[in-house]
Design a protein around this ligand. Structure first.
Ligand code: TSX
Ligand code: MN
Length: 591
């Protein structure tokens, strides 16, 4: 398929190490993919679902010990430990290569190695980067075919260039004790072994588009961020774009595909999805910041996705989708998960493969679908996919929104005073744990820019890169905001209706960017002025709204103490600007 010497030499080296029985190039043709689906069904790796109700849809079940990303086994192997920083696991590259070479040697004996050329971003876009993933899993090939642009057009685009990310994945025996997800940023290399779960093996996603790309972005003057991208069209037909970063369990995919409240729909407002997880951001020819979604699909959490919470995501999964670790309804070979509806199938196969009565099984407190079960759906299936989804130049970004799940601390929305303050707001992002995560509920987890597990170098230098980008953007920089959909009252009830009504907050944000909405200064930044957020047709008490927009100084001072502790781990590598902003916040709160 190619005469590219760098590609062929690397492929030769990897083949000699892994010793597959055969090597198959993925050309991206429907014919080849269909043959692979049939092969996976014949071997039991995938199950064909009801082709009338769910055309082109398949089911896959992972090993029970292989259901999520493994942060404690994820490494950034830079030449020195300080380059990887205090947040990442690190090992000296030579030592790691030797350790992994032992594991990979002969790992593909008796198996086929697939060679997947793929592009992150539209093929040929100035934003886009190419990767080649070698894998012995058909499931990986078929997921990559949904999540990225693959095949011949990509290898043609690469030509004889050596500029591609070398990705190696071997399923081996899925042994969790020998599972490694390893990045060598200086070599543009990713090695993954002993897993077959999404985030660990679809190497274009978190490994490349965030960890390796963040490293490349730092050196090339752009940014790889864990952000959704959405467009809001006003009644005049103008579309403005927002990027937003949230920690897990905040409903990022739901926000990316938001449906406006009826009265705004009636006025002519629309929401368009450009991306639900990752944004690559670059300064355009006009000096503004532009965003591209490097992915081609959604790898979304299934539980909680319903017609009510995310109609557009659910629609996206109705054809050509791969479901992983959800439950099967054996009556008609469709899928089910917690939160889809209130009717668990009577004749069900739960996610580990046991046949159960779904009603009885769930009534006894068991889950039919794994909480981290997923759908892999093509973005083009999404009813609200943006016309700009494939735009090679990206979309101009008006606002950057950070968020978190905070019961008491953060108000519904506030605006940073300037870019530097905004970077501090992102750096101090935090979320309180829910029952969905392991461990205690309500514990504050700091997750700067929602990038804690995804920065491919020292987090302190990453803050520095954000500050540098602001200097380059100057007065053309997007405005920065923070939102919290999860404020609770004394009884623990959510005070804000959330979901589609979040549009009201997004419109205040866009109005602020246009210099149209009123705000008041507070110790933490600008808050919406009274009546600045449109509550038309919303049954919300004026006092509740006031409470949602209030700042409790003593609670914030507790958070400041936690922020100080968190930043201490970066030592004197922490940019002075961040320390200055922390001091400013503390001073403001003590006034
Ligand atoms: O996704 C959510 N969003 C963003 C939507 C665009 N969720 C689900 C979070 C789990 C992933 C939310 N949950 C949101 C939200 O804005 N808000 C809440 C909290 C909440 C839950 C239920 C109600 C109100 C708020 N009300 C009723 O159930 C009637
Ligand atoms: Mn994500």
């Amino acid at each position: 398929m190619t005469e590219n010497k760098t590609v062929l030499a690397w492929l030769d080296e990897m083949t000699k190490m892994c010793q597959p029985d055969s090597v198959v190039w993925i050309d991206g043709s429907e014919q080849q993919l269909e043959a692979l689906r049939e092969e996976a069904v014949a071997s039991g790796e995938m199950i064909k679902l009801n082709q009338e109700k769910l055309p082109g849809c398949y089911y896959h079940r992972t090993a029970e010990n292989d259901v999520a990303r493994v942060e404690d086994r994820t490494f950034i192997c830079t030449p020195t430990e300080i380059e990887a920083g205090p947040i990442n696991n690190w090992m000296e590259p030579k030592e790691m290569y030797a350790k992994l070479t032992a594991l990979y040697t002969g790992a593909m004996k008796g198996r086929t190695m697939y060679v997947i050329p793929y592009s992150m971003g539209p093929v040929g876009s100035p934003f886009s980067k190419i990767g080649i993933e070698l894998t012995d899993s058909i499931y990986v090939v078929l997921n990559m075919a949904i999540m990225t642009r693959i095949g011949k057009s990509v290898i043609d685009q690469l030509g004889d260039s050596g500029e591609f990310v070398k990705c190696l994945h071997a399923k081996k025996d899925v042994n969790p004790d020998e599972r490694y997800i390893v990045h060598f940023p200086q070599d543009s290399t990713i090695w993954s072994i002993n897993s077959a779960y999404g985030g660990n093996v679809l190497l274009g996603k978190k490994c490349f588009a965030l960890r390796i790309a963040s490293y490349l972005g730092k050196h090339e003057g752009w940014m790889a961020e864990h952000m959704l991208i959405l467009g809001i069209e006003n009644p005049q037909g103008e579309v403005k774009y927002i990027c937003a970063a949230f920690p897990s369990a905040c409903g990022k995919t739901n926000l990316a595909m938001l449906i406006p409240p009826q009265y705004l729909k009636d006025k002519g407002y629309k929401v368009w999805t450009v991306g639900d997880d990752i944004a690559w951001l670059k300064i355009g020819p006009d000096g503004r910041l532009y965003a591209v979604n490097p992915e081609a699909g959604f790898f979304g959490v299934a539980p909680g996705t319903s017609e009510k919470t995310n109609f557009n995501a659910l629609e996206s999964t109705k054809k050509n989708t791969i479901f992983t670790n959800v439950a099967i309804n054996n009556e008609d070979m469709t899928v089910w998960w917690e939160g889809l509806d209130k009717n668990p199938p009577a004749d069900a196969t739960e996610w580990t493969g046991k046949k159960v009565n779904g009603a009885e099984y769930t009534a006894a407190g068991n889950k039919l679908a794994h909480p981290n079960s997923r759908f892999t759906a093509p973005a083009i299936n999404c009813p609200c996919i943006s016309k700009e989804f494939e735009n090679p130049q990206g979309v101009p970004v008006e606002a950057i929104v950070f968020g978190g799940r905070r019961a008491k601390t953060a108000p519904l929305v506030y605006q940073a005073r300037d870019w530097q303050h905004g970077v501090f707001v992102g750096a101090t992002m935090a979320s309180e744990t829910t029952a969905a995560a392991a461990g205690a509920v309500g514990v504050v987890r700091r997750d700067p820019m929602a990038m804690k597990p995804f920065v491919g170098y020292n987090m302190a230098d990453y803050f520095g890169h954000w500050l540098d980008m602001g200097k380059k953007l100057g007065d053309k920089a997007p405005k920065i905001f923070h939102v919290n959909w999860f404020r609770q009252d004394e009884e623990g009830n959510f005070m804000w209706p959330g979901f589609g009504d979040n549009m009201r907050v997004l419109l205040w944000i866009l109005d602020r960017c246009a210099g149209k909405a009123d705000a008041v200064e507070s110790p933490i930044g600008y808050l919406p002025a009274e009546n600045a957020i449109d509550t038309t047709d919303l049954d919300i008490d004026a006092n509740v709204l006031k409470e949602l927009l209030s700042v409790d100084k003593s609670i914030w001072l507790e958070d400041v103490a936690d922020q100080k502790k968190y930043f201490a781990q970066f030592g004197d590598r922490l940019p002075k600007e961040i320390a200055d902003e922390l001091n400013k916040l503390e001073t403001n709160l003590n006034k």
